[in-house]
Design a protein around this ligand. Structure first.
Ligand code: BG6
Length: 282
């Protein structure tokens, strides 16, 4: 809850009726999204909140690189930098709540990746949905290239009941076996072991269902995110992660919208907008 954190570290959005969102400024990591009081995001009980390490759970932002990165930390620096509040939570005429945070290059980022940029992250909390829009501005005088992804850790009541719709017929790269362009034949994807798959050219809607108590059905609609990563560390990898509980793999599933297979190139002054919207369908 918001009261667990120093007020200066978080942005708390409250639409009323138990519809809330909580963003940590370390990494602009969304750490809670509740619909009618029901939490839909997973954050590990072992996550470290030291404003240094990436938060284990919620929605960390991978930028300017998804995956291992020769120039800096895995998944880039955006998730471990302190972001700035541009617009604190503000209600619009419909009662929806908007907040905007941003990150600009500094000596540390240019030491890894020598480009000037600005990231603007806008959250809009409605009654049953939360839209997160990331705009990447090239503020430099030269072109830059990047991959990016919103690394969502959804909470599920029991991984054995979780299904993901919307991936049938897609090709995926399996990061664990090295398999390339494997065809997904299932209309409902289930996860029963360590998964690390990058689905390519996905349609813009996936639906995660789980239950029975509490039942959840969450649609994720994307814009300019052609790839979807499905990740669960399962038991052995869970034990190897210091900031993840041994049994917690049963309570989460990562479904990550990204632009990761083909990087984006932005010419000087150009921008790229991408977003995902979660909607509770129940
Ligand atoms: C996933 C990657 O998106 O993130 C996995 O596909 C990776 O390969 C996982 O293990 C977690 O990464 P990290 O850096 O947060 O431990």
């Amino acid at each position: 809850d918001a009261s667990d954190f120093p007020a200066g570290d978080i942005v708390f959005m409250d639409r009323g009726d138990g519809n809330t969102a909580l963003l940590h400024l370390h990494g602009a990591t969304l750490i809670s999204w509740k619909c009618r009081g029901l939490e839909n995001l997973f954050v590990s009980t072992k996550s470290v909140f030291d404003n240094k390490k990436a938060i284990r759970g919620g929605v960390p932002i991978a930028f300017p690189n998804f995956g291992p990165w020769p120039l800096g930390p895995q998944h880039g620096f955006a998730r471990i930098k302190r972001w700035t509040v541009d617009v604190p939570p503000t209600k619009d005429a419909n009662g929806d709540v908007l907040a905007v945070v941003s990150l600009e290059d500094d000596d540390e980022t240019r030491g890894m990746w020598d480009y000037k940029f600005k990231l603007v992250y806008t959250l809009v909390l409605s009654e049953k949905s939360l839209k997160s829009t990331l705009v990447i501005h090239n503020t430099d005088t030269k072109s830059l290239g990047f991959t990016t992804l919103l690394h969502t850790y959804f909470r599920v009541s029991d991984i054995s009941t979780a299904t993901v719709a919307g991936l049938e017929g897609l090709k995926y790269n399996d990061k664990l076996t090295g398999g390339q362009d494997v065809a997904e034949t299932r209309d409902l994807v289930t996860v029963d072991k360590n998964y690390d798959r990058v689905y390519k050219d996905a349609p813009n809607v996936t639906v995660l269902s789980s239950g029975p108590e509490p039942a959840r059905k969450i649609e994720m609609k994307t814009f300019n995110f052609p790839d979807v990563v499905v990740w669960n560390p399962w038991d052995v990898k869970a034990r190897e992660m210091a900031d993840f509980g041994d049994e917690e793999y049963k309570e989460m599933l990562c479904i990550e919208a990204g632009k990761v297979v083909t990087p984006v190139t932005l010419t000087a002054g150009a921008q790229f907008e991408c977003s995902h919207t979660f909607t509770s369908m129940l």
